[in-house]
Design a protein around this ligand. Sequence first.
Ligand code: HEM
Length: 410
Amino acid sequence: MTQSQAPELPVDQIPAFPMERTCPFHPPAAYSEIQDGDAPVKVRLTRSGRIAWLITSHDQVRQVLAHPGVSSDRTAPNFPLAVNLDPEEIKNMPKPALIGLDPPEHSVQRRQVITEFTVRRTKDLRPRIQQIVDDAIDDLLAAGKGADLVEHVSLPVPSMVICELLGVPYADHDYFQERTRALLSRDSTIEQGRRALNELGDYFVELLTAKEKNTPDDMLGRLITAGRADGTYDRDELAALARLLLIAGHETTANMISLGTVALLENPEQLAKLKADSGLLPTTVEELLRVFAIADVATSRTALVDMEVGGVLIKAGDGIIASGLAASHDPGVFPEPHAIDVTRSARAHVAFGYGVHQCLGQNLARAELEIAYETLFRRVPGLTLAVPAENLPYKNDAFIYGIHEVPVTW
Ligand code: HEM
């Protein structure tokens, strides 16, 4: 039976979102309580005050993300925005790229870049990724015991990979990493978020202007050439897409390298299984992606039509947060969901989303994570944390989960 939205709770009694984690390796406890009820619940976004439906069951998250009647348009009045931008002001900002578009515009833009991220393309990149990981580990070892894994390995590896792929000078990494942090931090002001986004956009407009002269054989050069050939080239539009690829391409994977390494060190029996059989690398990576589902709120939408989800009527115009983290811990699909089991078949997780917006860079992320974990534990067999795991600075202050610093020793 459809419940409609009654009984309405007074706004101050609607649970606040995002919800607090009590353990750095587990989703917020409130997610399981909501999951027990098996129906979407309303939450109040602390930043914008907007009300949205939080969906936690694996079935319902996939139902919503595959539904043709939901929109990713960040400018919609009720969109549960998960970055530090003013929801009112965002309407006047330059066009969104890919993640903020709906079909058919979304399908057109996705087709333009999909060939750059195929399994085959990623396979060709593996030797270069291996070299980048090896160099990063040399750097970590040279820095000496107590060095920060984030500074020497987690952040440089995916940053360098996405820079080389796009054709962005890695020398500019401080510039874009700092601005990405400002955009994704819950602690930045709206002004800081807006400035970070605009500066990254301007950076790419300048870079593209330079590339237009000699169109190099890198992803941005190829996209300029292809766009000119079919008459669709638009510098601002490509700058917005490049900005998304750069942000999504480094921050996510960096956080997963750190979290996955710490999780394996904290679960020595699982790490021992992996060390004994490197054939377990692919399932290990899927399991770690599932356990952390770091881009939990990326899968937010607005309903374009009335729809029934778990017996609840979600009305056209309502905001929806389809939680990839909660869905990836649904005990009906993943028994003992909080336990890390490197032999589990976790591929049905929703850490990369689901439906038309499913992560474009997932093959690349998988390759980077496999190579990073394998090389780190092979080359630094005595790797341990230099501080207790519970004292690490987890990113409870960011829209994408991770760890700010991981001092290690060996
Ligand atoms: C562990 C690493 C990663 C995680 C957990 C992750 C997670 C996600 C999620 C949950 C979405 C879906 C958003 C939605 O439904 O609205 C997404 C989309 C996307 N991701 Fe990733 N991502 C990762 C790595 C990457 C990498 C390496 C790239 C490389 C460029 C990338 C590029 C993108 C893009 C462009 C989209 C938007 C796709 C679209 O709207 O069609 N991601 N990602």
